[in-house]
Design a protein around this ligand. Structure first.
Ligand SMILES: Cc1cc2nc3c(=O)[nH]c(=O)nc-3n(C[C@H](O)[C@H](O)[C@H](O)COP(=O)(O)OP(=O)(O)OC[C@H]3O[C@@H](n4cnc5c(N)ncnc54)[C@H](O)[C@@H]3O)c2cc1C
Length: 350
């Protein structure tokens, strides 16, 4: 590693998929693990808070920016090794997530194919236990290599200790200062895709479930919902789903269903039983049935034309206006159904 290159006042907006937000007071790009450690040591000496940046696809940065050091993880490297019936694939945190998925699909390694088309880096995927179309990274994750800025040690954490849940892990709570350096997945060579999502099953329409076909089907579904980042898409400035699907008790789910019926909504409330007995509701359904329409705009920000859960930035907007729109949606859904939606992306700055 050469001398630590710290830059001042680096704009963060262009480093997020929303394209919003002010600058970082200090900024380091870490192309190797030693730079990650050196950056934390530098910030500690300066008394600065540190935030770790991947692809910026699940991030909202305040208009005032972030008053600390941003460490952008740009480490690379993927290696594969046989492990019994499986192949263990270890990828550095800075690798593109979808690049890794495409590579494993090409290699005939099953386990990540339904997570095709999700933007961002490998290192961020354990943080919110990234998931889509019936798969979550925790299904195949074996271990996570982390840097602990407090002890300044590098450790290997077994996936079983990461407290994975729906869009959640220990990295969001008590482990939130741990930096993910690499993630190792156990994949099945020659394995067929396991389809656990009705919409994907319908899209495959009985066709053989080879990994490449499943990847194509997932990408097509995502494109239709505006959940694929494409340079020529006028709604490309987004953080994907802006709200998580609420998970509520059985009685609360029934109360929401009754409320919907009493409001004259004939469509049945979508709900999925969770392994812990609670019920997952569809945030997008609640938003639309509250009267928030797809394509609705508030100046330079709005709701995607293809998915009520995705907020989009049309250009020239502010984070304040995006958060005001999000608050408006939360209040509207709460007033209609009594359910409080939670924001999915992480917010940096005031
Ligand atoms: C169009 C679109 C579709 C999406 N679809 C999905 C989906 O289907 N399912 C889903 O789960 N998500 C989805 N997302 C959200 C997002 O892509 C994922 O959460 C992704 O994993 C974020 O990766 P990132 O590298 O961009 O993280 P960033 O946005 O850079 O960071 C997000 C959080 O993770 C932390 N972080 C990042 N890297 C590290 C690291 N190495 N160590 C520790 N902490 C780290 C950051 O500090 C921050 O708190 C979507 C987003 C978009 C824009």
């Amino acid at each position: 590693m050469s001398a630590l290159a710290v830059r001042a006042g680096v704009p963060l907006g262009p480093r997020t998929t929303l394209g919003l937000g002010g600058p970082a007071r200090a900024f380091v790009e870490a192309r190797d693990e030693a730079t990650v450690a050196a950056a934390f040591a530098w910030a500690s000496a300066q008394g600065l808070e540190v935030a770790v940046l991947g692809g910026g696809s699940n991030l909202v940065v305040a208009d005032a920016g972030f008053d600390g050091l941003v460490v952008a993880i740009a480490t690379t490297g993927i290696n594969e090794r046989p492990a019994g019936d499986a192949v263990h694939v270890e990828a550095a945190a800075g690798e593109s997530w979808d690049g890794l998925v495409a590579r494993t699909v090409d290699a005939g390694l099953a386990g990540l194919e339904c997570l095709s088309g999700i933007p961002g880096s490998v290192g961020a995927t354990p943080v919110q236990n990234v998931g889509a179309y019936g798969q979550e990274v925790s299904d195949t994750l074996v271990s996570v290599r982390v840097f602990d800025p407090v002890s300044r040690e590098i450790r290997q954490l077994a996936a079983t200790t990461c407290e994975f849940a729906y869009r959640d892990s220990m990295f969001k709570h008590h482990g939130r200062h741990l930096v993910v350096l690499a993630a190792t997945f156990a994949l099945r060579p020659g394995g067929e895709a396991q389809i656990r999502y009705a919409e994907l099953e319908r899209a495959l329409d009985g066709a053989p479930r080879d990994l490449a076909r499943v990847r194509r089907a997932v990408l097509a579904l995502r494109r239709n919902k505006g959940m694929l980042l494409e340079a020529d898409d006028p709604e490309r400035r987004t953080a994907g789903s802006f709200f998580t699907n609420p998970i509520v008790g059985v009685a609360e789910a029934e109360a929401v269903a009754q409320r919907a019926r009493s409001l004259g909504i004939t469509a049945e409330l979508p709900r999925w039983a969770q392994t812990d007995g609670r019920i997952k509701l569809a945030a997008g359904w609640l938003i639309e049935k509250s009267g928030v329409t797809r394509g609705m705009s508030r100046g330079a920000v709005g709701v995607s034309r293809r998915h009520a859960l995705a907020l989009v930035h049309h250009g020239g907007g502010t984070t304040a206006s995006l958060l005001a729109l999000a608050d408006e949606i939360v209040e509207t859904v709460h007033a209609r159904f009594g359910v409080t939606l939670r924001r999915e992306p992480v917010l940096w700055g005031a």
